[in-house]
Design a protein around this ligand. Structure first.
Ligand SMILES: C[S@@+](CC[C@H](N)C(=O)[O-])C[C@H]1O[C@@H](n2cnc3c(N)ncnc32)[C@H](O)[C@@H]1O
Length: 331
């Protein structure tokens, strides 16, 4: 093998290993622990006077971030399967989770099962969740009373009201700061308490958005009986379902406007919609008004976020077909 090919092969192996372990250190300039929601949680958890656990510590960057805002007490313990810092001990914490800690702050490994399958990466056969971070989070919650974890922003849309994650989650912050150097995946900070919380307080960075249950009440309900088809070439309604890089640009329009785009059965960003409704300028205005109202009231927290920020500093969002259907029905 030539020297160049050897370097390339080693690079590919390194990236695959990094992905398989979900190994992205929180090394960006932003500090999520300086935020109001985290400081409030830290006070309730008595963080400064407890022995803190970081079970997936990597290089120990989270401990440095806590120290830099004066929230790291005298005692902490950090573990990782592949320690990259002097204060981090080697341990497979997914298999052998440390016991006897009440407070845990971490950024666990993230790896979606479908992404592992697609890339041919190993995925723990005993993992019951669709992403490794949920397995790690469940272990943290089983063994520690107070848990704060940096996890995908999509977490807030994935929980049902009866499960462990929802019941103990006190607050969730959608973070748009510069947290990582090697990934731009949308990220949030979830904070949990030992006992069941009545509702989840939602924030975007330092801005309070409202409680999960009140924001959820603005999600329009879907009528399963109504016939609405997406990616239907003969439809009359068009939809730009993904924000552009400048701002909140998702909108409904007439099918003529989108006709020149290549729309097939798998299109997710632009579509033509067919259904039991008659199209007029007033109808399109009405659906767009419903959409704007939904986005404003829910602060976009229930729309899928895309990698990378818009130039207004917020995540690009996508309206999925179920949400689009509900909005059309409202109109
Ligand atoms: C997303 S990184 C975050 C590292 C660190 N918490 C930070 O925020 O900078 C996840 C870490 O989990 C570690 N990890 C993956 N599987 C593990 C396991 N089974 N036991 C312990 N650590 C593991 C990886 O090596 C990686 O350092």
């Amino acid at each position: 093998m030539s020297k160049d090919k050897h370097i390339l092969a080693t690079d590919v192996q390194r990236v695959a290993k990094k992905r398989a372990r979900g190994c992205y250190f929180t090394a960006g300039l932003a500090n999520p622990f300086a935020l109001r929601a985290f400081r409030d949680w830290a006070e309730r958890a008595n963080l400064k006077n407890t022995t803190l656990l970081e079970p997936f510590a990597g290089r120990g960057d989270l401990l440095h971030k806590l120290a830099s805002v004066g929230l790291l007490g005298n005692s902490s313990k950090a573990y990782d399967i592949a320690p990259a810092g002097r204060a981090v001990s080697r341990r497979d914490t997914l298999r052998d989770f440390p016991k006897g800690f009440d407070v845990c702050v971490t950024n666990p490994p993230w790896l979606a099962r479908n992404s592992a399958t697609m890339r041919g990466l190993p995925f723990p056969p005993d993992c019951v969740h669709d992403d490794l971070y949920k397995q790690a989070l469940e272990l943290c919650l089983l063994h520690c009373g107070y848990v704060a974890a940096l996890i995908p922003e999509s977490f807030i849309r994935s929980f049902t009201r009866f499960e462990l994650f929802y019941q103990r989650c006190e607050s969730f912050v959608s973070l748009t700061g510069d947290l990582f150097c090697d990934t731009v995946h949308p990220v949030g900070l979830a904070m949990f308490a030992p006992t069941s919380s009545k509702d989840v307080r939602l924030y975007r960075n330092d801005d309070y958005l409202g409680c999960y249950n009140s924001l959820r009440s603005y999600i329009p309900a879907t009528d399963r009986q109504k016939r609405i088809r997406f990616n239907a070439p003969n439809g009359a309604l068009g939809l730009f379902a993904l924000d552009n890089t400048k701002g909140a640009s998702i909108r409904f329009c007439s099918a003529h406007e989108v006709a020149s785009y290549n729309i097939d059965v798998s299109s997710r960003a632009i579509t033509i919609i067919d259904g039991d409704f008659s199209i007029s300028r007033q109808f399109i205005n009405k659906v767009n008004k419903e959409l704007a109202n939904f986005r404003e009231k829910t602060h976009d927290i229930f729309l899928t976020a895309y990698r990378g920020l818009r130039s207004d500093g917020k995540y690009r969002r996508r309206l999925d077909w179920a949400q689009a259907k509900s909005i059309i029905e409202m109109a």
